[in-house]
Design a protein. Structure first.
Ligand SMILES: [Zn+2]
Length: 512
């Protein structure tokens, strides 16, 4: 799977900005300067063919030397972390450990929150490890679809969680993310979460409130499972994670998943630019620091990979332009009455009471003379942008109204009541919807080693996926969050058990 063209545009633009800001080096290869030097110094005594011959020999020598060095080096000094997975055991000095992966989701941590100067510890961790400019969520950019995409490596049309609320025509049941009686029905959750893959490989897993079900369709559960509960202090979550890490060898989980919602809640309540968000961001940063320090105290930084992710970003919706779907230039009140199921938010998936009404009102929406008609798009499953991978599932309603950033859909009756000051769910190419990726552990050590080696100079992707900043942080280009499933499988050495997914085959190979 590759990023669609518009994504590349976004990436390259932010890439340019980041290079301006983060890369301090001004040493750039200037072909003209070099050529001028050779010619002006030696034009009398050096014939053209001699120059070509000498240059060719030098280049060949350089190529041969570099490859020979890289080839000679690698068998003699393989990176110790490359073989550290599967049944390989490493000691922290007092206890034996298998390779361990801890993935922590900080709900609603927008990628550029890390540039606010409020997350010194997360940045410090990324300096020792790596970060991505951003991680691109799946569409819709909502919590449940994205947490399940992170778990399964699948887009919404494949993993079935197409919104936080939707109606399933097959079972004729409604999915409500905040009702256990509905959200824990295994049949809603398609695909194979990483804890199921791990358990197929005999790995013990632990799930601390990660949004999703306790049991999949096939009957697989995490070994340890703590269900969602609101307002659980971060210190309690930290203690739980450490309690699992401190378990005896035979009971200790190797894959741990943890979830924290406070930053998303703050973002909704007071908006992404608010003092509350900044304050919560600082708390989350302290949690990251405490987690990192606790692992360092146990001498586990060469044993445990910590992967910090988020599910989506957040945009300010304190003063949205309201679009009333029951206005005459939209569906009208009669049109709205023919809608039998309304899915999603802030986008709206519509199912009508008859095919005739569907056709009629679709046409009405498509030809709307609404004064803010440029503030929303109307799609069918057939016209939905391919890059959203949001068409091929019968849970996806036949007609969707998708607002653009700055706009909100509502009705005359509802108005702006209950509308939050921050929201997400918009186009996943909007930078404000982008999530974060920061990782540290044996994984990032391999990456750094690779990029320091002379061999790296000959890699065809050099400087396309990576650049090193002045402070030695490795910043990956933005990448889709469906790649995370493959990363964890690779770290745990469970790739042979991995389920088919929308990640790119071999995406992480070049980093190991
Ligand atoms: Zn969320």
């Amino acid at each position: 799977m590759s990023l669609p063209s518009k994504s590349r545009k976004v990436s390259s633009r932010t890439s340019h900005e980041e290079r301006e800001g983060l890369l301090h080096s001004s040493d750039r290869y200037d072909p003209f300067e070099k050529e001028t030097t050779i010619e002006s110094d030696d034009e009398e005594s050096w014939s053209r063919s001699k120059i070509v011959k000498t240059a060719t020999s030098l280049i060949l020598l350089l190529i041969f030397g570099t490859f020979a060095r890289a080839l000679l080096r690698s068998p003699r000094r393989p990176h110790p972390d490359l073989s550290f997975n599967g049944d390989y055991i490493r000691s922290n000095g007092t206890h034996e450990f298998k390779r361990t992966v801890l993935i922590v989701s900080i709900d609603g941590l927008r990628a550029d929150y890390l540039d606010r100067g409020l997350t010194p510890h997360l940045l410090e961790i990324s300096k020792r490890g790596l970060r991505a400019k951003s991680m691109v969520p799946i569409f819709p950019t909502l919590t449940f679809p994205n947490h399940w995409a992170l778990m399964t490596g699948l887009h919404a049309e494949s993993h079935g969680i197409i919104a936080n609320n939707f109606w399933d025509p097959q079972s004729e049941l409604e999915f409500h993310y905040n009702q256990i009686s509905s959200a824990w029905i295994p049949d809603f959750w398609l695909g194979e979460p990483m804890w199921e893959t791990a358990s197929k490989a005999g790995i013990i897993t632990a799930n601390l409130m990660w949004p999703g079900p306790p049991k999949t369709k096939s009957g697989s559960s995490p070994t340890y499972f703590i269900p969602w509960k609101d307002k659980v202090p971060l210190s309690v979550k930290l203690d739980q994670i450490l309690a699992w890490i401190d378990l005896p060898f035979d009971e200790r989980p190797q894959l741990l998943m943890a979830y924290e919602p406070s930053l998303d809640q703050a973002g909704h309540l007071t908006g992404p630019m608010s003092a509350l968000v900044n304050q919560t961001l600082a708390q989350v940063d302290l949690f990251a620091a405490a987690l990192h320090d606790s692992l360092a105290d146990r001498n586990l930084t060469d044993i445990v990979d910590i992967v910090f992710v988020s599910d989506h970003g957040m945009t300010d919706t304190s003063h949205p332009t309201l679009i009333y779907v029951d206005d005459d230039d939209m569906l009208g009140t009669r049109g709205l009455e023919t809608v039998v199921h309304e899915d999603g938010w802030p986008a709206m998936g519509l199912r009508f009471n008859s095919k005739q009404n569907e056709t009629y009102y679709l046409e009405k929406l498509l030809t709307s003379k609404h004064p803010h008609a440029d503030g929303f798009d109307v799609y069918t499953k057939e016209t939905m942008p391919d890059r959203w991978h949001f068409s091929h599932h019968d849970r996806i309603a036949p007609v969707w109204i998708v607002p653009k950033i700055g706009y909100a859909l509502t009705t005359r009756k509802e108005g702006d009541v209950g509308m939050s000051k921050g929201n997400h769910g918009y186009d996943n190419h909007e930078p404000s919807m982008h999530a974060m990726f920061v990782a540290h552990g044996p994984f990032s050590a391999v990456v750094k080693d690779l990029h320091r080696s002379s061999f790296a100079a000959w890699l065809p992707w050099k400087n396309r996926g990576w650049h090193s900043t002045s402070d030695d942080t490795y910043v990956m280009d933005s990448f889709p969050n469906v790649e995370i499933y493959g990363l964890v499988a690779k770290l745990l050495g469970t790739e042979e058990h991995a389920s088919a997914n929308n990640g790119t085959k071999g995406f992480w190979d070049k980093y190991f």
